[in-house]
Ligand binder design. Structure first.
Ligand code: AMP
Ligand code: MG
Length: 485
């Protein structure tokens, strides 16, 4: 390690210090030729980081973990998890490191975390590396979700390492630097529980309360209140995914956060044609993580969290189970109410209107007519202003949509309000692929354009028309995404 960066970068090691059983001190592999590909200057500014310095040699070395500030303790975090329903007692950061915690302008801490920084003791058979394409994909899609107002980890930078990565072919390697409210997952609690050390489990839960859900500390049963807060955060998160048509693709318990932020952009993708059965991931053969299954999966993952936390709910196991079930049972209602309110907003209807039947009938029409999710709702804003052709034109069942439009327009939808919640631009799969292929070949222009579109998703801008249009049909129906690459 060479000279320390300026004292402006301070990384706290609170997690490593308070919960030493939950991580292993570790260092990033040396990147032979680090080269900054993309830096999120706005996000850097939220941490008071000097962007000129970050772009310089010392800054780039920080962003790949090769030069950390004095006093920082980079660690690989330990966690367990259910992957596609199967329990693995030891997953952990196989190719990632928590560098430490930064203070955000809002006064709260954020993890500074690297992905693709080399093998760790949790790497199992993996090479510890990441390729440029998938790290840029996480950068684009996470920043798009953030711009859509959806809680997520953020992407600070992607740095090419100069190290080749062997996948189906040899690809250029990269490290993603991301920030997050924390990297605590359901799998972190499963790991702590499996140690049979209730004191560790309690310290982990107390850490999560302090960091994410401080109001729980004042409840009669603080750890039950923590569980309830996580149920609420996840119900709200998944409702937001559903409203924008986001398919996470790998909702394992190690990819389900305690903060309620979206994490781990592997095989994720946005719906084109609306269909609850949509699956993009090449490894999701059974459709476990299909678009329409996401609320049910989230609740299943929260049941695994409840199991892990049971000893903290009550000394009496039967009572602990009863308490957990009561709280878990609130998930559906919380989800339904967040989703219904969101659907009313998408349709430009005021809060008091009961739109349940209208929404059900619309979803059936969208599915039967293979209608593009994103452009439909945006076009509906135009329909609220009287221009119905944009939406009518995409339905085969004209009588069906005409009857529906008549019912809906009778409720006097608010077009301006619709344009504030229905995005024009989402990271459509064909655009993401185009940008990543070009960037992997060294041409960053398509990536910059895509970022320009999706980081300001609600305002329609001239020149970005192709970013608002659905994919060519053959692309849309055969598109597959790949996990863990
Ligand atoms: P994910 O599904 O990407 O969240 O990863 C699941 C688990 O596999 C985590 O424990 C990761 O750290 C680990 N993992 C994924 N890819 C690699 C890799 N190339 N090398 C080492 N570990 C990996
Ligand atoms: Mg993961």
């Amino acid at each position: 390690m060479s000279t320390a960066p300026p004292s402006t970068v301070t990384l706290d090691d609170r997690f490593a210090r308070e919960l030493p059983e939950m991580s292993l001190p570790w260092q990033a592999e040396e990147a032979p030729e680090p080269r900054l590909l993309v830096l999120n200057e706005r996000l850097a500014a939220e941490f008071g980081l000097d962007t000129d310095w970050l772009r310089g040699p010392d800054g780039v070395r920080l962003l790949v973990g090769n030069q950390v500030p004095d006093g920082a303790t980079p660690v690989a975090q330990a966690y367990a998890g259910h992957q596609f329903g199967n329990y693995s007692p030891r997953l952990g950061d196989g190719r990632a490191l928590l560098l430490g915690e930064l203070v955000h302008a809002d006064g709260h801490p954020r993890d500074l975390h690297l992905k693709g920084s080399g093998r760790t003791p949790f790497a199992r058979g993996g090479d510890g590396l990441a390729a440029v394409g998938p790290m840029l994909r996480e950068y684009v899609v996470s920043e798009a979700l953030h711009a859509l107002g959806i809680p997520t980890t953020r992407s600070l930078a992607v740095v090419a390492t100069g190290r080749p990565v062997r996948r189906e072919t040899v690809l250029p390697g990269a490290v993603l630097a991301r920030t997050a409210s924390s990297h605590l997952r359901v799998g972190s609690f499963q790991y702590a529980r499996a140690t049979d050390d209730v004191d560790l489990l309690r310290r982990l839960a107390d850490h999560a309360v302090a960091r994410h859900h401080p109001a729980a500390a004042d409840a009669d049963r603080p750890h039950l209140a923590l569980f309830e807060a996580v149920v609420a955060a996840q119900a709200s998160l998944v409702a937001r995914w559903m409203l924008v048509g986001f398919v996470h693709g790998v909702m394992n318990t190690d990819n389900t956060t305690i903060s309620g932020e979206t994490i781990d952009y592997g095989p994720c993708a946005f719906l084109e044609a609306y269909d609850p059965a949509t699956v993009f991931s090449s490894i999701d053969h059974g459709g476990r993580y299909a678009y329409g299954n996401q609320p049910g999966v989230a609740q299943w993952n929260l049941a695994r969290l409840a199991e892990a936390l049971l000893p903290l709910f009550s000394d009496d196991q039967e009572q602990a189970v009863a308490l957990a079930l009561d709280v878990l049972g609130t998930f559906r209602e919380r989800y339904e109410s967040a989703w219904s309110a969101g659907m009313r907003a998408k349709l430009g209807l005021p809060g008091g209107v009961d739109a349940a039947a209208l929404v059900d009938d619309l979803l059936a029409l969208l599915r039967e007519n293979h209608v593009d999710h994103t452009s439909f709702y945006r076009g509906l804003g135009a329909a609220a202003r009287g221009d119905v052709e944009r939406v009518r034109g995409v339905f085969l069942d004209l009588a069906g949509i005409d009857a529906w439009l008549a019912r809906w327009r009778a409720l006097a939808p608010d077009a301006d309000a619709m344009d504030r919640v229905n995005p024009v631009y989402v990271p459509r799969n064909h655009l993401v692929e185009e940008a990543l292929s070009a960037a992997t070949e060294g041409d960053q222009e398509p990536l910059e354009r895509l970022l320009e579109a999706v980081t300001a998703p609600y305002g329609e801008r001239p020149g970005l028309e192709r970013y608002a249009a659905p994919a060519p049909e053959d692309f849309a129906t055969t598109y597959r995404t790949f996990c863990g690459t």
